[in-house]
Design a protein around this ligand. Structure first.
Ligand SMILES: [Zn+2]
Ligand SMILES: [Zn+2]
Length: 291
């Protein structure tokens, strides 16, 4: 029963947001398929646990370094390849930009001009030249290609992060400007309980309990240079750091009764990114699909 919990949460969150913000209907339709396929894919993934030697672990804990680098995640290439094909399919049913990318990538995978396992390995090793060249040869946007490739390995990353999280002391607040597992910036922040703050990694999905008042990118803790503005809907706020001029969106779950799936909230609030960017602020993590 527990294994379907996230899928149910995604479905309920999508239908609630659809009712609240009909303008997001098409985007939500795409992301619902994507997130559900990613959840389903997890069931077929079997990864060897990543072991961190005790001496290395104690250095990382002491220095507050992330547990591993992005390239050191293990990925189930076979499951990711199957998911990549599904994502191409969903893209073909979405907006024009995704449609073009989906159809061209699918064709290249079928013809063998792009090798799926190479594409996925290069995603992990962040081979920028490979992505430049592949996007150019396919005549698609590099960011969209990266988005689709990252989406395909995301279930493996998320499972890996879940296993690695056992190395982290959950009772200590993390005050660094990156994910304690992989060192990437957070994608979204959530307030719950007594107003405790949690951050969600933009790369590996890891969730961590953080300090309430600090910038999760530059680690600024000076209250005078940290503030937030509300959206017209009270459940969201945009936290702004005057020092690094970056922002992160926060959902106050104490204000809402509907189910929340953080990564869906992130994509269903692009109007707030526009508001923030119009003020000259920059997102603290790469934003996918603003089109
Ligand atoms: Zn991470
Ligand atoms: Zn900052």
């Amino acid at each position: 029963m527990a294994k379907n919990e996230t899928a149910e949460q995604i479905k309920k969150a999508v239908s609630a947001i659809k009712a609240l913000r009909p303008a997001y209907k098409d985007l939500l339709a795409f992301y619902e398929k994507l997130f559900l396929a990613q959840e389903a894919s997890k069931k077929h993934i079997h990864l060897q646990p990543i072991k961190i030697p005790e001496d290395l672990l104690s250095v990382k804990r002491k220095e507050k370094f992330p547990l591993i680098a992005r390239k050191d995640f293990t990925v189930d290439i076979k499951a990711s390849e199957a998911l990549l094909k599904e994502i191409c399919q969903f893209a073909c049913e979405a907006n024009e930009v995704l449609y073009q990318a989906g159809i061209k990538l699918m064709d290249a995978l079928d013809r063998g001009t792009v090798d799926a396992s190479a594409l996925l390995s290069k995603t992990l090793s962040e081979d920028d030249i490979y992505f430049d060249e592949t996007a150019k040869s396919l005549e698609i946007d590099k960011e969209v290609l990266l988005f689709m490739a990252h989406g395909s390995i995301r279930p493996s990353l998320s499972l890996c992060a879940g296993q690695l999280a056992t190395y982290i002391d959950k009772n200590t607040l993390w005050g660094k400007g990156y994910c304690p597992v992989c060192g990437s910036p957070p994608a979204i922040s959530i307030l719950r309980g007594e107003g405790e703050r949690f951050l969600f990694c933009s790369f590996c999905d890891h969730e961590w309990h953080s300090q309430r008042i600090y910038c999760p990118f530059c680690e600024n803790k000076d209250q005078k240079t940290l503030h937030y503005f509300f959206s017209e809907e009270e459940e969201y706020r945009v936290n702004v750091c005057d020092k690094c001029k970056r922002y992160i969106k926060t959902i106050d779950t104490r204000e809402i009764k509907r189910p929340v799936y953080p990564f869906l909230e992130q994509v269903a609030t692009l109007h707030l990114d526009m508001l923030a960017q119009n003020q000259g602020l920059q997102s603290g993590h790469p934003l996918w699909l603003q089109t």
